[in-house]
Design a protein around this ligand. Structure first.
Ligand code: NAI
Length: 465
């Protein structure tokens, strides 16, 4: 068996890369150690969490929002098993979809742990103990990332859980402590808060959602408190221990001070992820890594010719769509085309309620870089559609270069922000200005009019505020 390309790992980076390569005529195979395709994102990440986020949002809306719209449904009852079935059905449809796409595109799928034996040779250790060797011209490492736990926080996936265990809890906990106020902590914390759990978040930094625009994060912090979240910021966790009723978390102020201990039924450790290179044989193959990440050049090639890497295992944001775009780019490069990723325009979305979506630079980044900018802001309280839907929380902020008017960043906190941000990405991809956005006719009444108005506000000419 000889292939043009073998992709190791079939998460969003790997499977998209394999399909694009096959489209371009490369004889392609994938190696995946999980029983199903789709990696963390489809099996135990983005997809199941969005199924639970949507279902729990509907549960909360039935209790709190529908009566005000004149829809009486009585006190909603949780059917946790049915919600779990929705999560599992969603995952199954997605992972089976990838398997179907492999067949359709004639991508051969090998199941087992892939190890690079040298340039052009991948060994697959199968579950039945047998080993198969595949020969190939190129190899793309797309092995993603895994939960990075900290010493003193032993995860058993029952009472002390990572994001993986948090998706399949046997019941909704009465009390949940989340360690880390990042994306995973706030998304999964939201699921259980909406279903009735008391949720307390312990965070090392003195803010939530590091990396996001400061004003957005501050606004969201207040919104989450209104939803019943409790935060302990600037706190260093020293240990997590199992107790009779669940687990306890001990922490103290980073700046020094007295230690505190909180007890809960479930503790979610959401303190980040690390690149997954276990068993890949990188050292033996001579592939260089830096702080755990595979080092690549501008064309995704490692220091070993013929071995490439993309996604969470390399530098940059650990986001599924960044990995997908890298997968397409490297496939095109291997097929002799000019694959390319614009890292300046990678949107990021936090799928909470309201959602947070951003693309481009934050105000803090522009200030640090000394780039002169003008901010245009528009609140959802002034948007007709938002009022009709009772989704008036939040705002849009457009940041444009003070001299050229080119849009440098957009930050949205609002219901449906994840969809609203995409027009801003397209605008930025084409190097558009705030005026371009402001002069583009937006349908009325839509939530997207707030994006247009924020662009108008850059020039201090918003109509509705
Ligand atoms: P994260 O890096 O977003 O947040 C981790 C948080 O934990 C940070 O605020 C950090 O300061 C805090 N922290 C670290 N050590 C701590 C300690 N000992 N005590 C208290 N706090 C501590 O990581 P997270 O949420 O685990 O997500 C992992 C990756 O997955 C991220 O790269 C994220 O972008 C990605 N992801 C993206 C999603 C999305 O785009 N919607 C959804 C879920 C994950």
């Amino acid at each position: 068996m000889r292939y043009d390309l073998v992709v190791i790992g079939t998460g969003p980076g790997g499977y998209v890369c394999a399909i694009r390569a096959a489209q371009l005529g490369l004889k392609t195979a994938v190696v995946e150690k999980r029983a199903t395709q789709g990696g963390t994102c489809l099996n135990v990440g983005c997809i199941p969490s969005k199924a639970l986020l949507h279902a729990s949002e509907m549960f909360a809306a039935a209790a709190h929002d529908l009566p005000a719209l004149g829809v009486k449904v009585g006190k909603p009852e949780l059917d946790w098993a049915a919600m779990g079935k929705h999560r599992d059905d969603t995952v199954a449809a997605n992972v089976n979809g990838v398997a179907y796409l492999f067949k359709k595109n004639k991508v051969d799928a090998f199941h087992g742990l892939g190890t690079i034996k040298g340039p052009g040779i991948v060994e697959v250790a199968k579950e039945d103990g047998s080993v198969e060797t595949i020969e190939t011209t190129s190899i793309v490492i797309a092995t993603g990332s895994e939960v990075s736990t900290l010493p003193g926080m032993p995860v058993d996936e029952k009472t002390v859980v990572s994001s993986t265990g948090a998706l399949v809890l046997s019941e909704v906990p009465k009390r949940m402590i989340v360690i880390g106020a990042g994306v995973i902590g706030l998304e999964l914390g939201s699921v259980y808060r909406r279903l009735g759990a008391e949720v307390e978040v312990v965070e090392y930094l003195d803010r939530i959602l590091p990396g996001l625009d400061g004003e957005v994060a501050k606004t969201f912090h207040r919104m989450l408190e209104k939803q019943g979240f409790a935060f302990h910021l600037g706190q260093k966790v020293s240990k997590v221990e199992p107790t009779n009723a669940g687990a306890s978390v001990t922490f103290a102020p980073v700046a020094g001070g007295e230690e505190r201990r909180l007890d809960a039924d479930v503790v979610l450790v959401a303190t980040g992820r690390r690149p997954n290179t276990d068993g890949l044989g990188l050292e033996a193959a001579g592939v260089a890594t830096e702080r755990g990440r595979v080092v690549i050049d501008d064309h995704f090639q490692t220091n070993v010719p013929g071995i490439y890497a993309i996604g969470d295992v390399v530098r940059g944001l650990m986001l599924a769509h960044k990995a997908e775009d890298e997968g397409v780019a490297v496939a095109e490069i291997l097929a002799g085309q000019a694959g390319h990723v614009n890292y300046g325009v990678i949107p990021a979305v936090v799928y909470t309620m309201p959602e947070i979506a951003s693309v481009g630079a934050t105000e803090e980044e522009l200030k640090t870089a000394g780039i002169p900018y003008t901010a245009g802001k528009f609140p959802y309280t002034a948007n007709g559609r938002a009022r009709a839907m009772r989704h008036t929380e939040g705002f849009v902020k457009v940041l444009a270069h003070a001299e050229t008017d080119r849009v440098l960043g957009v930050h949205i906190i609002a219901a449906g922000a994840g969809e609203l941000i995409q027009e801003c990405s397209v605008l930025m991809e084409f190097g558009g200005s705030a005026e371009d956005l402001a002069r583009t006719c937006h349908a009325h009444p839509t939530m997207s009019e707030a994006v247009k108005e924020a662009a108008m506000a850059v020039d201090k000419r918003a109509i509705h505020v």
